[in-house]
Design a protein around this ligand. Structure first.
Ligand code: FNR
Length: 220
Protein backbone atom coordinates (compact mmCIF):
# COMPACT_ATOMS: atom_id res chain seq x y z
CA UNK A 1 0.00 0.00 0.00
CA UNK A 2 1.17 3.56 -0.65
CA UNK A 3 1.40 4.15 3.13
CA UNK A 4 3.42 0.94 3.56
CA UNK A 5 0.65 -0.96 5.38
CA UNK A 6 -0.15 -4.43 4.16
CA UNK A 7 -3.51 -4.72 2.38
CA UNK A 8 -6.19 -6.54 4.37
CA UNK A 9 -7.56 -9.93 3.30
CA UNK A 10 -9.53 -10.14 0.07
CA UNK A 11 -13.28 -9.78 0.55
CA UNK A 12 -15.43 -12.19 -1.48
CA UNK A 13 -19.22 -12.19 -1.87
CA UNK A 14 -20.50 -15.73 -2.48
CA UNK A 15 -24.09 -16.78 -3.22
CA UNK A 16 -26.25 -19.40 -4.88
CA UNK A 17 -28.75 -17.97 -7.34
CA UNK A 18 -31.76 -20.18 -6.53
CA UNK A 19 -34.54 -19.27 -4.10
CA UNK A 20 -35.58 -22.73 -2.94
CA UNK A 21 -34.54 -23.88 0.54
CA UNK A 22 -32.91 -27.15 -0.56
CA UNK A 23 -30.95 -25.55 -3.40
CA UNK A 24 -27.96 -27.59 -4.55
CA UNK A 25 -26.46 -24.36 -5.89
CA UNK A 26 -26.68 -22.93 -2.38
CA UNK A 27 -24.83 -26.04 -1.13
CA UNK A 28 -22.14 -25.59 -3.79
CA UNK A 29 -21.88 -21.90 -2.88
CA UNK A 30 -21.44 -22.82 0.80
CA UNK A 31 -18.67 -25.25 -0.09
CA UNK A 32 -16.93 -22.66 -2.25
CA UNK A 33 -17.29 -20.15 0.61
CA UNK A 34 -15.45 -22.56 2.93
CA UNK A 35 -12.68 -22.93 0.37
CA UNK A 36 -12.43 -19.14 -0.05
CA UNK A 37 -12.18 -18.76 3.73
CA UNK A 38 -9.45 -21.44 3.81
CA UNK A 39 -7.27 -19.12 1.68
CA UNK A 40 -7.50 -16.42 4.36
CA UNK A 41 -9.99 -14.25 2.46
CA UNK A 42 -13.03 -12.74 4.16
CA UNK A 43 -16.29 -14.32 2.96
CA UNK A 44 -19.72 -12.71 2.75
CA UNK A 45 -22.01 -15.71 2.13
CA UNK A 46 -25.43 -14.55 0.91
CA UNK A 47 -28.56 -16.27 -0.35
CA UNK A 48 -30.71 -15.13 -3.25
CA UNK A 49 -33.46 -14.41 -0.69
CA UNK A 50 -31.24 -11.61 0.67
CA UNK A 51 -31.77 -9.90 -2.68
CA UNK A 52 -35.55 -10.22 -3.10
CA UNK A 53 -36.79 -7.71 -5.68
CA UNK A 54 -39.71 -7.30 -8.12
CA UNK A 55 -39.31 -7.82 -11.84
CA UNK A 56 -37.57 -4.86 -13.45
CA UNK A 57 -40.04 -2.11 -14.38
CA UNK A 58 -38.82 1.22 -15.75
CA UNK A 59 -41.88 3.00 -14.33
CA UNK A 60 -41.07 1.66 -10.86
CA UNK A 61 -37.47 2.78 -11.27
CA UNK A 62 -38.60 6.26 -12.30
CA UNK A 63 -41.19 6.56 -9.53
CA UNK A 64 -39.40 4.83 -6.64
CA UNK A 65 -35.80 4.22 -7.62
CA UNK A 66 -34.20 0.84 -7.00
CA UNK A 67 -35.84 -1.74 -4.71
CA UNK A 68 -34.23 -2.63 -1.39
CA UNK A 69 -33.06 -6.06 -2.61
CA UNK A 70 -31.14 -4.52 -5.52
CA UNK A 71 -29.57 -1.91 -3.23
CA UNK A 72 -28.59 -4.68 -0.81
CA UNK A 73 -26.87 -6.64 -3.59
CA UNK A 74 -25.14 -3.48 -4.80
CA UNK A 75 -23.91 -2.62 -1.30
CA UNK A 76 -22.48 -6.10 -0.73
CA UNK A 77 -20.85 -6.06 -4.19
CA UNK A 78 -19.24 -2.72 -3.40
CA UNK A 79 -17.95 -4.12 -0.12
CA UNK A 80 -16.31 -7.05 -1.95
CA UNK A 81 -13.26 -7.45 -4.17
CA UNK A 82 -14.83 -10.37 -6.08
CA UNK A 83 -17.96 -12.46 -6.54
CA UNK A 84 -18.49 -16.22 -6.66
CA UNK A 85 -21.92 -17.14 -8.06
CA UNK A 86 -23.38 -20.65 -8.26
CA UNK A 87 -26.29 -20.48 -10.69
CA UNK A 88 -28.90 -23.06 -11.65
CA UNK A 89 -29.57 -23.65 -15.33
CA UNK A 90 -33.20 -23.08 -16.32
CA UNK A 91 -34.11 -24.18 -19.85
CA UNK A 92 -30.45 -24.20 -20.87
CA UNK A 93 -29.99 -20.57 -19.80
CA UNK A 94 -29.81 -18.07 -16.94
CA UNK A 95 -32.55 -18.22 -14.27
CA UNK A 96 -34.85 -15.20 -14.47
CA UNK A 97 -34.32 -14.35 -10.78
CA UNK A 98 -30.58 -13.86 -11.38
CA UNK A 99 -30.88 -12.03 -14.70
CA UNK A 100 -33.49 -9.72 -13.11
CA UNK A 101 -31.11 -8.91 -10.25
CA UNK A 102 -28.31 -8.16 -12.74
CA UNK A 103 -30.66 -5.90 -14.71
CA UNK A 104 -31.73 -3.89 -11.65
CA UNK A 105 -28.18 -3.49 -10.26
CA UNK A 106 -26.84 -2.58 -13.72
CA UNK A 107 -28.98 0.60 -13.58
CA UNK A 108 -26.65 2.04 -10.92
CA UNK A 109 -23.85 4.43 -11.88
CA UNK A 110 -20.92 4.09 -11.83
CA UNK A 111 -21.49 0.63 -13.30
CA UNK A 112 -21.08 -1.78 -10.35
CA UNK A 113 -20.17 -4.76 -12.52
CA UNK A 114 -17.35 -3.02 -14.42
CA UNK A 115 -13.95 -4.62 -13.67
CA UNK A 116 -15.53 -6.78 -10.91
CA UNK A 117 -13.85 -10.23 -10.83
CA UNK A 118 -16.37 -13.10 -10.93
CA UNK A 119 -16.09 -16.90 -10.73
CA UNK A 120 -19.11 -18.81 -12.09
CA UNK A 121 -20.26 -22.25 -10.91
CA UNK A 122 -23.39 -24.33 -11.39
CA UNK A 123 -25.03 -27.45 -9.95
CA UNK A 124 -27.68 -29.57 -11.61
CA UNK A 125 -29.04 -33.12 -11.34
CA UNK A 126 -28.36 -33.43 -15.09
CA UNK A 127 -25.21 -34.88 -16.57
CA UNK A 128 -24.20 -31.42 -17.91
CA UNK A 129 -24.27 -29.83 -14.46
CA UNK A 130 -25.89 -26.62 -15.66
CA UNK A 131 -22.84 -25.57 -17.65
CA UNK A 132 -24.82 -24.24 -20.63
CA UNK A 133 -26.52 -21.71 -18.39
CA UNK A 134 -23.14 -20.33 -17.34
CA UNK A 135 -22.20 -19.60 -20.95
CA UNK A 136 -25.45 -17.60 -21.21
CA UNK A 137 -24.68 -15.86 -17.91
CA UNK A 138 -21.28 -14.71 -19.19
CA UNK A 139 -22.91 -12.57 -21.89
CA UNK A 140 -24.65 -9.91 -19.74
CA UNK A 141 -21.84 -9.93 -17.18
CA UNK A 142 -19.07 -9.43 -19.76
CA UNK A 143 -21.22 -6.86 -21.60
CA UNK A 144 -21.24 -4.86 -18.34
CA UNK A 145 -17.44 -5.01 -18.07
CA UNK A 146 -17.22 -7.82 -15.51
CA UNK A 147 -14.03 -9.83 -15.54
CA UNK A 148 -15.53 -13.36 -15.66
CA UNK A 149 -12.89 -15.95 -14.76
CA UNK A 150 -12.13 -18.22 -17.75
CA UNK A 151 -12.56 -21.48 -15.81
CA UNK A 152 -16.08 -22.37 -14.62
CA UNK A 153 -17.09 -25.25 -12.34
CA UNK A 154 -20.26 -27.27 -13.11
CA UNK A 155 -21.40 -30.06 -10.81
CA UNK A 156 -23.40 -32.81 -12.52
CA UNK A 157 -25.77 -35.18 -10.66
CA UNK A 158 -25.81 -32.61 -7.89
CA UNK A 159 -28.45 -34.32 -5.76
CA UNK A 160 -26.10 -37.22 -5.04
CA UNK A 161 -22.73 -35.43 -5.11
CA UNK A 162 -22.42 -34.03 -1.60
CA UNK A 163 -21.26 -35.78 1.57
CA UNK A 164 -22.88 -35.21 4.96
CA UNK A 165 -20.47 -32.37 5.76
CA UNK A 166 -21.19 -30.59 2.48
CA UNK A 167 -18.01 -31.61 0.66
CA UNK A 168 -18.01 -33.28 -2.73
CA UNK A 169 -18.15 -37.08 -2.61
CA UNK A 170 -15.81 -37.28 -5.61
CA UNK A 171 -12.35 -36.35 -4.29
CA UNK A 172 -11.15 -35.41 -7.76
CA UNK A 173 -13.99 -32.87 -8.13
CA UNK A 174 -13.36 -31.58 -4.61
CA UNK A 175 -9.72 -30.97 -5.50
CA UNK A 176 -10.58 -29.36 -8.84
CA UNK A 177 -13.00 -26.96 -7.16
CA UNK A 178 -10.42 -26.04 -4.53
CA UNK A 179 -7.76 -25.44 -7.21
CA UNK A 180 -10.17 -23.32 -9.28
CA UNK A 181 -11.10 -21.17 -6.27
CA UNK A 182 -7.45 -20.71 -5.28
CA UNK A 183 -6.34 -19.79 -8.80
CA UNK A 184 -9.24 -17.34 -9.13
CA UNK A 185 -8.33 -15.61 -5.88
CA UNK A 186 -4.70 -15.29 -6.98
CA UNK A 187 -5.92 -13.39 -10.05
CA UNK A 188 -8.21 -11.24 -7.89
CA UNK A 189 -5.32 -10.39 -5.59
CA UNK A 190 -3.08 -9.47 -8.52
CA UNK A 191 -5.83 -7.42 -10.12
CA UNK A 192 -6.97 -5.58 -7.01
CA UNK A 193 -3.79 -5.30 -4.97
CA UNK A 194 -0.92 -5.03 -7.45
CA UNK A 195 -2.33 -2.92 -10.24
CA UNK A 196 0.85 -2.56 -12.27
CA UNK A 197 -1.03 -0.80 -15.05
CA UNK A 198 -2.16 2.73 -14.25
CA UNK A 199 -5.14 2.17 -16.55
CA UNK A 200 -6.41 -1.03 -18.06
CA UNK A 201 -7.80 -1.54 -21.53
CA UNK A 202 -11.53 -1.98 -21.55
CA UNK A 203 -14.32 -0.96 -23.80
CA UNK A 204 -17.84 -0.75 -22.48
CA UNK A 205 -19.86 1.25 -24.95
CA UNK A 206 -22.44 2.20 -22.37
CA UNK A 207 -19.84 3.55 -19.99
CA UNK A 208 -19.83 7.28 -19.39
CA UNK A 209 -18.41 7.25 -15.90
CA UNK A 210 -14.71 7.82 -16.44
CA UNK A 211 -12.46 8.71 -19.33
CA UNK A 212 -13.47 8.39 -22.97
CA UNK A 213 -15.14 5.17 -24.05
CA UNK A 214 -11.97 3.27 -24.83
CA UNK A 215 -9.00 3.40 -22.53
CA UNK A 216 -5.74 1.85 -23.67
CA UNK A 217 -3.45 0.25 -21.14
CA UNK A 218 -0.43 2.29 -20.14
CA UNK A 219 2.59 1.06 -18.21
CA UNK A 220 2.49 2.30 -14.62
C1 FNR B 1 -34.82 -26.79 -14.47
N1 FNR B 1 -33.77 -27.72 -14.42
C2 FNR B 1 -32.85 -27.79 -15.42
N2 FNR B 1 -31.65 -28.46 -15.22
C3 FNR B 1 -30.68 -28.48 -16.20
O1 FNR B 1 -29.61 -29.05 -16.00
N3 FNR B 1 -30.92 -27.84 -17.38
C4 FNR B 1 -32.08 -27.15 -17.62
O2 FNR B 1 -32.23 -26.58 -18.69
C5 FNR B 1 -33.08 -27.13 -16.62
N4 FNR B 1 -34.24 -26.40 -16.79
C6 FNR B 1 -35.05 -26.13 -15.69
C7 FNR B 1 -36.07 -25.18 -15.77
C8 FNR B 1 -36.82 -24.85 -14.63
C9 FNR B 1 -37.88 -23.78 -14.72
C10 FNR B 1 -36.58 -25.52 -13.42
C11 FNR B 1 -37.37 -25.18 -12.19
C12 FNR B 1 -35.59 -26.49 -13.34
C13 FNR B 1 -33.57 -28.53 -13.21
C14 FNR B 1 -32.64 -27.81 -12.24
O3 FNR B 1 -31.30 -28.05 -12.59
C15 FNR B 1 -32.93 -28.35 -10.86
O4 FNR B 1 -34.25 -27.96 -10.46
C16 FNR B 1 -31.92 -27.84 -9.84
O5 FNR B 1 -32.22 -28.42 -8.60
C17 FNR B 1 -31.98 -26.33 -9.71
O6 FNR B 1 -30.96 -25.89 -8.85
P1 FNR B 1 -31.15 -25.81 -7.25
O7 FNR B 1 -32.54 -25.28 -6.98
O8 FNR B 1 -30.96 -27.21 -6.76
O9 FNR B 1 -30.05 -24.91 -6.80
Amino acid sequence: MADGTRPGPLRVLVFGAALRAESSNARLASLAARMVADTGATVDLATMRDFDMPLYDGDVETAEGLPAGALALHRRMEESDALVISSPEYNASVPGVLKNAIDWVSRIRPQPFKTKQVLLMSASPSMVGGNRGLWSLRIPLEHLGTRVYPDMFSLARSYESFTEDGSLADSGLQQRLAETVTAFLRLVEADTRYVCLRRRWYEFLGDRTEAPVTQRAEDG
